[in-house]
Design a protein around this ligand. Sequence first.
Ligand SMILES: Cc1cc2nc3c(=O)[nH]c(=O)nc-3n(C[C@H](O)[C@H](O)[C@H](O)COP(=O)(O)OP(=O)(O)OC[C@H]3O[C@@H](n4cnc5c(N)ncnc54)[C@H](O)[C@@H]3O)c2cc1C
Length: 385
Amino acid sequence: MSASAGYDYDDTRQLIARTVQEFARKEVAPGAGERDATSRFDYGLYRRLGELGVPGMLYPEEVGGTGAGTLAFCLAVEEISRVDMSLGWVLWVGAGGALSMVRGTGEQREAWMEPFILPMVRGEVVSGGAITEPDAGSDTAGAKARAVRQGDEWVINGSKIFISNAGLENCAFVSVLAKTEDGFGLFIVPTGTPGYTMGTPLKKMGLRSADTRELFFDDCRVPSYHLLGGAGSGRKQVVGSGFALTRVYLASQGVGVAAECLDLALERARTRVAFKRPIGEFQYIQGMLVDMYVELESSRMLRDKAARMHDQGERIVREAAVAKLFCTESAKRAADTAVQVFGGLGYMDETPVSRYYRDIRASTIAEGTSQIQKHIIARELGVMG
Ligand SMILES: Cc1cc2nc3c(=O)[nH]c(=O)nc-3n(C[C@H](O)[C@H](O)[C@H](O)COP(=O)(O)OP(=O)(O)OC[C@H]3O[C@@H](n4cnc5c(N)ncnc54)[C@H](O)[C@@H]3O)c2cc1C
């Protein structure tokens, strides 16, 4: 079914969605099951995303991007996630990390243009964001990692957990949230910096061809200009503007997974025969499919609203939380329903629905759990102290 009918995407956005969809179907889908089974990330596919200009959509022309914007990028994330949620995850986590560098000071832009900004725009490198700690997840203010200023350097100590992308061969740096005497700072730590090490890949329920690890900082020294956005502003950058944007990307993964689960379930309902008739003729099955469709339509509208508002320069803290909450929770239900419509086969790895069921589970946890999104929405509605 045409995903974009009635959604008023302009010609450029429709072309982007079609181009990425064609690439996803032809080049990403065929190996997605095998990459999941072997927990293998394919750097070549990420490079192809770079050639298609997908990371560059987030960046202005002055650094080689196209400035196509948030909604365009979300449509690309959605199409990739329809066939491989792991690759979609690596993409949205990894492609936007240099945006704060582009907006940085003259010294930062100059130092990071060649090694980080330009390669990220071209899709040669990705980054990670290191916020969560073993004892501080939802409660980011409880983070214990510390950064102490010594002369022209910051010295970072502490550990982070569940960090995406850091261990990938093309990860150039991580942005690390650490406590300073002024509050929290956000620090750029390039891969390979002495004192920065990482654990082996964590074994996960899903998203197996995306990388997730524990990171360790042991007297890790970075130059003073590696502090992003000014002293004491680190947590505000992360839980304010940063998370708002990444939540819309994660909502887009939900839209993609739900759309694919619906298409697969519809096809199965038409072709699987039980009691001498296609199972789609049973009202209980129809009810499940209808619920999936209504939730998918609602998801797309919420995601589009948040992305369009961001493209118009508006504050989207509430809209991003609403989109993230609804799109990921309903995608989780859609994957569960798809498994049910497929019956026993849905539980087997021969169909992608079992992979979607495992993969989407992470989306209601990362970038703030569903409970935290409700907390944010309540605060935005003014009903919390
Ligand atoms: C696949 C994956 C990738 C990830 N990638 C990254 C990454 O790249 N970088 C990064 O920094 N982190 C990453 N994370 C970590 C993720 O952001 C955290 O797991 C998440 O924020 C929840 O924190 P926690 O695991 O400590 O759970 P906790 O904070 O311990 O929460 C446990 C439960 O308590 C609930 N809870 C907590 N506080 C409240 C409250 N105030 N009100 C109601 N309920 C509450 C939560 O909703 C949850 O149900 C990733 C996680 C996953 C699964």
